[in-house]
Design a protein around this ligand. Structure first.
Ligand code: AMP
Ligand code: MN
Ligand code: MN
Ligand code: MN
Length: 300
């Protein structure tokens, strides 16, 4: 049979967030927006959470949108926090579900610690309750919810400034957290039949040596890809990480990391395409995930 599957020509957006983590939109509004923007293949990748995927798969079918089940896992690697995307994961895979439940578990205590620290060092009261009001899923309270509350309170003009002043390493509302181990995250993703991708690699402040050690380890653990085109990267970084992908023989991904209309610089589906020099992570999905492909005839 002839196939018309042309990976580089597909508008794939393989990284975004719904209200079930720190996105602003509900799953239905998110998917409608993606379809409206011309996205053909969308991965919902909530932080440490799978709860939106079932609803998303039903809505996607009505919108003729090819839904890729995904997740963005928070990983601690040394003292750094790294985000690893799992794409084409089976959301019913028990070790993945349990691992994520455990990863989420520390979040409520961390939120209380952040609030206590902001009250003690800056005299800002009621922050835990305030942030919780912004979290549609109380299981997944994130720094983004604190940022939104502090903007609402008039303490900062936007979310970005809250992170810069209060929520990043060395700032009064920063609380050290132990997330999943890299090895565990990759085992959960691979056990669930998925592929593992380093999200927005340009965002981590690792030394050149540490960065190399990290990618060596990720490769050795069977990691498949890196995000090359993402809203966090400059054009120069598209080229930098396309080169890294080639050197390590990683496949490349493209994802807006969309969180909401007011907060995200790049809308769903609006990034430039992947450079021709890289292999899109989705290039072999029709063969690798035939059941998924059968549900998405529009991509044949
Ligand atoms: P958490 O997992 O609770 O530590 O929150 C991490 C989330 O905070 C990320 O996924 C981003 O959505 C958001 N975030 C992190 N750093 C920044 C920043 N400098 N500006 C805006 N949002 C940020
Ligand atoms: Mn986020
Ligand atoms: Mn991330
Ligand atoms: Mn993200």
């Amino acid at each position: 049979m002839r196939t018309f599957y042309q990976p580089h020509d597909i508008n794939a957006d393989l990284h975004c967030h719904s209200q079930f983590s720190d996105g602003i939109l509900s799953v239905s509004h998110l998917l409608e927006r993606a379809a409206h923007n011309g996205v053909q293949m969308l991965a919902l990748t909530d932080h440490d959470e799978l709860i939106g995927l079932n609803e998303a798969s039903h809505i996607a079918a009505d919108l003729h949108l090819s839904l890729v089940p995904g997740v963005e896992i928070s990983v601690s690697w040394g003292s750094a926090t790294i985000h690893v995307l799992g794409l084409q994961i089976d959301p019913t895979h028990e070790p993945l579900r349990q691992g994520l439940a455990q990863t989420r578990q520390g979040r409520d205590q961390r939120a209380r610690d952040i609030a206590a620290s902001l009250e003690k060092s800056c005299g800002i009261a009621g922050v835990y309750e305030g942030a919780l009001r912004f979290a549609a899923n109380p299981d997944m309270i994130s720094r983004s919810h604190f940022a939104r509350f502090l903007v609402e309170k008039g303490i900062c003009k936007d979310v970005r400034s809250v992170f810069g002043r209060y929520l990043t390493q060395g700032k009064p509302g920063y609380v050290e957290t132990r997330w999943a181990a890299l090895k565990d995250a990759l085992e959960w993703i691979h056990g669930a039949g998925g592929v593992a991708i380093v999200a927005h690699p340009g965002r981590y402040s690792l030394s050149a040596n540490a960065r190399e050690a990290f990618f060596d380890e990720f490769k050795q653990l069977g990691g498949e890809g890196v995000e090359v085109v993402t809203a966090s990267h400059t054009t120069a970084q598209y080229h930098e990480f396309a080169k890294l992908a080639k050197n390590y023989d990683f496949m490349a991904s493209r994802g807006s990391d969309f969180h909401g209309p007011e907060e995200s610089r790049i809308d769903l589906g609006n990034l430039p395409p992947l450079p021709d020099s890289v292999v899109p992570i989705w290039h072999d999905w029709p063969a690798r995930y035939p059941a998924w492909h059968a549900r998405t005839p529009q991509l044949s």
